[in-house]
Design a protein around this ligand. Structure first.
Ligand code: R5P
Length: 294
């Protein structure tokens, strides 16, 4: 299996190729003065199975077009099977029509990628796993939560309280608990579909004097984490960490989260940047090895 290292995941792609001893195919990419995207594959992939590692973090639209162009170039170059490993799959939160007149963005993105040449898609902690069933080609999601929980365990925080900031993240804290031990729980969260405003309902947890880790798939504006931290502080928690797979942290999100009493924000390199502390390379490497053997 050869790995095409997409420009949006260059560091992660190279790390994964090195870890697994995979042959890498580089991508020359540039942007034209008017903003249009250009890619060119370096190397021969004729009759080969290839994986493209390319996240679709901001600027999402550019990353998606790069991925589509890479897949298309791989098809033209004669690749046998093209597997898209997309650490952060953008637009996955618009997974249904919340209001009349909308589209299901994630389904549209999947169609674009499939038409471009991607035969199989592998995401990491996609917001809602069930959306993958709506794709017309094989797709799956991996979970980086055990890796994140392992990070905290190694730092001595086993038996910390794992908190899901909403019910939808409960499966995430179940996975964390398997690594960390300790207890877990969730908050009730509601988001106004027009204004985006969040309302969080307090629950009674026994976190007094303890360390709590808020686990979520994504941190975007930080609002969800800030609200959860407020509640934990009211309940007398001693220390709070925020852990997420996709640390988008838009604008002043970090400042708001730290001001709300969170000690540190730990994310993965699905989003390259300062919060990508835990690497997905071992997870992706295992997946490629599994694909090769079977
Ligand atoms: C939503 O259900 C997701 O799991 C995250 O909780 C959400 O996307 C985080 O967004 P923000 O940081 O803007 O509150």
């Amino acid at each position: 299996m050869k790995i095409i290292v997409g420009p949006a995941s260059e560091e992660l792609g190279l790390k994964t190729a090195k870890l697994g001893g995979f042959k890498k195919i580089g991508v020359i990419n540039k942007k034209f003065p008017d903003g249009e995207v250009y890619v060119r594959l370096e190397g021969n992939i004729k009759n080969e199975n290839v994986t493209i590692i390319q996240t679709t973090s901001p600027p999402q639209n550019t990353s998606i077009i790069q991925l589509a162009f890479i897949a298309s170039a791989a098809k033209i170059a004669g690749a046998k099977k093209i597997i898209g490993i997309i650490p952060y799959l953008a637009y996955a939160r618009q997974d249904k029509m919340f209001l009349q007149g909308e589209n299901i963005s994630i389904n549209t993105i999947a169609k674009i990628l499939n038409i471009s040449g991607i035969d199989e898609l592998i995401a990491v902690n996609i917001h809602e796993e069930k959306v993958l069933k709506g794709f017309s080609f094989p797709a799956k999601t991996l979970s980086a939560i055990p890796l994140l929980a392992q990070y905290f365990k190694q730092k001595g925080y086993d038996h910390a309280f794992s908190l899901a900031p909403d019910k939808g993240a409960m499966h995430i804290v179940e996975q964390a608990k398997k690594v960390l031990g300790g207890e877990n729980g969730y908050l009730e969260k509601q988001r106004d579909r027009y204004t985006g405003e969040l309302t969080v309902f307090k629950k009674d947890f026994n976190v007094k004097g303890r360390t709590a880790i808020i686990f979520d798939d994504i941190i975007s504006t930080g609002g969800t984490i800030v609200n959860a931290a407020k509640i934990l502080l009211e309940l007398g928690v001693a220390k709070i960490f925020a852990a997420c797979v996709h640390p988008l942290l838009i604008g002043d999100a970090e400042k708001h989260i730290l001001n709300a009493g969170v000690e540190k924000i730990i994310g993965t390199d699905s989003i390259p940047g300062p919060f990508g502390i835990v690497s997905l390379a071992p997870l992706i490497n295992n997946e490629i090895k599994a694909l090769e053997s079977g």
